[in-house]
Design a protein around this ligand. Sequence first.
Ligand code: PLP
Length: 287
Amino acid sequence: MGRISYVNGRFVPHGEAVVHIEDRGYQLADAVYEVWALFDGKLADAEGHFARLERSLSELRIRMPMSRAALTVVLKEAVRRNRVRDGLVYLQVSRGVAPRDHAFPNPEVRPAVVITVKGLDRTVVEAKAARGITVVTTPENRWGRCDIKTVGLLPNAMAKQKAREAGAGEAWFVDELGFVTEGASSNAWIVGADGRLRTRDTNANILRGVTRLTLLDVIRDAGLEVDERPFTPKDATEAQEAFITGAGSLVLPVTAVDGQPVGKGEVGPVAMRLRRLYIERARATAI
Ligand code: PLP
């Protein structure tokens, strides 16, 4: 008898168990999971795992896909159908399937649920335990690699949602020293009172925006001065202008930060000029 998995309300052969490509777990790591050990086909530490699942979901504002009682029935049915006595049952709940967008789907969609069951040979497991294991150390970098364009976008998704709920178009991350690092899906820029442009350097833990890099070139060709230096949100509101860059936003003026106007609180000429110049450059070099 083959493995059986559970996908969104249906038990299916494991090899045919698929989720939609726009599942937010797949696209944005916008999902949580739990794993229960199985002893004689029963869920170990059930209460602790359910409690943590409920907490993880509530922290991400994903609703429980079903009651704890119903979920227990489904988990046990998955275990039963796989005839596993000793092993693991894995549960993943994502925010659901929706057109890709960092912010949460509105209206809310049904959370997506996946369950897989794996059998383990207790004799093998115990033999390994009897031998013990070795470990290696590694720098704590979870998740300090914002320079990699990974789909691990949950913090970005949550930031974008915060922006949306505040009626804003983007969220800027601010580091522990109070400096803006970058946007949830863009790089951040200001035009200082002296007319000099400023954007965070890429030695910081940020994504090396391709639009950012090209714009640096465009700026220099236009005879403007630029400093790759960090700035604070206050620097931004005291600046003449601010804007963001990205393949999605191109060069997009920012008129307020946390409700405070940037300069006069209007779209500024430098950002609009750079937008035009960037688009011209991008058009000319597109292949
Ligand atoms: N920073 C983050 C976190 C992003 O997700 C993006 C684009 O999605 C950018 C910056 C801008 O990068 P690019 O100009 O290469 O699109």
